[in-house]
Design a protein around this ligand. Structure first.
Ligand code: ADP
Ligand code: ADP
Length: 229
């Protein structure tokens, strides 16, 4: 029994069928890579799993609870308390400092500012960013900004992190360093990760990879069997 499970999930945008028959099960602490060509439905699958989008058909369950049975407010709260998000671009608030950006999920949960800043500070130190707390995103390198984004995703102690091309905007050396630190941090804390990527070197960090093609989710073994037959 997985922590997060999507069964037979279908999602269309107008005439575009983005996902038909999406199946994915993620166990606690497991890193699962989701690969596939651009436009194949990876982000739609991720957004359905995270309760950002509700599927047209099918079921998404987190920790035994159906996401479609929750109110919007319950789903938003679940996203704030149990999930973390890392995206490729534009996720840091440009006007806020590194430590304020990292503390933001805690401040949204109405934690005391001093306490939120202390926790954020500790996460920035974990990712080697001590001394850069007061910088704004525009004053950080690409790798440093991605580390801030990763620290922010971890700051609430989530059980699942949804990462969509988390290192897609970096050159490979910086990307590898951030991925090493990110996967090290989630493994030591037992956080599950749904890792969307088109890069096999990124997927190699995962325990398991699923492929999305034309809105269908398959395991690489299944895909091989289908092609061979
Ligand atoms: P991927 O992440 O694999 O690149 P997406 O899940 O973003 O794929 O998109 C799958 C398909 O659904 C694409 O054809 C895309 O254009 C379409 N799509 C995704 N989101 C929307 C949306 N909000 N409105 C309309 N079409 C969308
Ligand atoms: P990604 O690289 O993560 O797949 P996209 O560019 O596909 O990012 O999507 C970025 C955002 O735009 C998502 O929220 C997605 O739902 C939305 N989107 C994607 N394709 C379309 C589309 N054809 N029309 C409207 N919105 C879209």
């Amino acid at each position: 029994r997985g922590l997060l499970r999507a069964s037979d999930v279908t999602k269309s945008f107008g005439p575009t069928v983005a996902l038909h028959g999406g199946e994915l099960c993620v166990s606690a602490g497991e890193i699962v890579a989701v690969m596939g060509p651009s436009g194949s439905g990876k982000s739609t699958l991720l957004h359905c799993l995270a309760g950002v989008l509700l599927p047209d058909q099918g079921l998404v369950e987190y920790d035994g609870q159906r996401l479609d049975a929750m109110s919007d407010a319950e789903r938003s709260r679940l996203r704030r308390t149990d999930f973390g998000f890392v995206y490729q671009f534009g996720q840091l608030v440009p006007e806020l400092t590194a430590v304020e950006n990292t503390a933001l999920p805690l401040l949204l949960e109405r934690r005391r500012r001093r306490e939120a800043v202390a926790v954020a500070q500790a996460w920035l130190e974990t990712f080697g960013l001590a001394g850069l707390e007061k910088r704004r995103p525009g004053e950080l390198s690409g790798g440093e900004a991605q580390r801030v984004a990763v620290a922010r995703a971890l700051v609430t102690d989530p059980r699942v992190i949804f990462a969509d091309e988390p290192t897609g905007s970096l050159d490979s050396a910086a990307g590898v360093a951030v991925l090493d630190e990110f996967t090290g941090a989630v493994r030591s804390r037992g956080v599950a990760v749904v890792l969307v990527t088109h890069d096999a070197r990124v997927a190699a960090y995962a325990e398991r990879t699923v492929l999305v093609r034309d809105g269908m989710v398959t395991s690489p073994d299944t895909a091989r069997t289908v092609r061979a037959s």
